[in-house]
Design a protein around this ligand. Sequence first.
Ligand code: LLP
Length: 425
Amino acid sequence: MSLPGSPHLARRDGVLGLDGVDLDGLARRFGTPLYVYSQAAMLDAVAAYQRALQGRAHLVCYAMKANSSLAVLQTFARAGCGFDIVSGGELERVLAAGGRPERIVFSGVGKTRTEMQQALAAGVHCFNVESEGELRRLSEVATAAGRTAPVSLRVNPDVDAGTHPYISTGLRDNKFGVAHEQALAVYRLAAALPGLQVVGIDCHIGSQITQAAPYLDALDRVLDLVEAVEAAGIPIHHVDLGGGLGITYTDEQPPRADELVAQMLARMDARGHGRREVLLEPGRSLVGNAGVLLTEVQYLKPGATKNFCIVDAAMNDLMRPAMYQAWMAIEPVRQRAGVARAWDVVGPVCESGDWLGRDRPLAVAEGDLLAVLSAGAYGMAMASNYNTRPRAAEVMIVDGQPVLIRERERAADLFAGETLLPAAG
Ligand code: LLP
């Protein structure tokens, strides 16, 4: 069976390796659960976007919510990326990793005053504003700070990205963005408010999108608006088409990033927008296939109707299966002879929803290592400490060498900020 996702992942003498580094050796050295990433895979992924955008005014803003570990951010900052952030915390994190503030776009429906002040002080490239209320608040905050906030309006193009309802964001019923038909009026308001400077327009229609068509539909709707807004005398400097490009978890065949971008640019050229700056906010497609989660089989519990393979990673380490019924490939790190049977691969958390894969044909024994593939995006970034489980360690393969980029948390770290009540009086 070929491995979905990454050419960086391959078997040698039956053992799974990432960029030629055996994963069982890494699990022995660093313990499990363990996230392992290929830096080369991340760099390949971003290079595909950059290649297609060459010769244009552009900025690839990595949507850091997908994986916000410092070394990952540093990797993209060094590759010339900007960043798409959604919180003050992400801003602090990306600045700590060497991200440049003038390459940051600040998205999100619920920015607080404090976050606005923080981002203004840092000097971000743009606020991607999602409502009239936010626009008014940003104007107040900027005026009080004696600054001008660069703004883009996130418009909701009302196209169906054809993806899971929880990660589809461009439909009228979603909480995101300003409705297409109201956008012109909201741009007029933005242009009139003190403290704001209109610089762009943005949209983001969903995630794990595997077709080019919804992007091109959204682009057309956005360009219609650009033309209307500019006709009203408000210049739009950049067009930000968001992120959302899917990856291969099983048999999906999303367009390649360079092909998708080429199609979008061709559409822009055809409509006379060839000189406009283009921003993109890819997350998953830059990191998803670059990472795996390693876990050790603790117990096998065959049963009358179900066989359970209990591993040491759980929903707190990788939330996607529990939260979206996401299918992620699970491969033995070392292939073993024997008959495969169907296992539900589950974690130790006290919830029936704590599963990583269901009915997976595997030949396994206690102590074996399994790898959950395509786990580089929305894996560690969504990890929690439920059941007082310390979060996993992370290793990045850099130039063929493993580098520990995050230590395994200790239980004591988890309650370090808590206090006991005073002694009963
Ligand atoms: N820009 C905005 C405004 C977004 O909301 C998102 C993702 C992105 C960019 C990046 O999208 P990407 O290229 O990664 O698809 N936790 C879910 C995915 C949630 C995506 C939320 N927004 C999952 O594990 O599938």
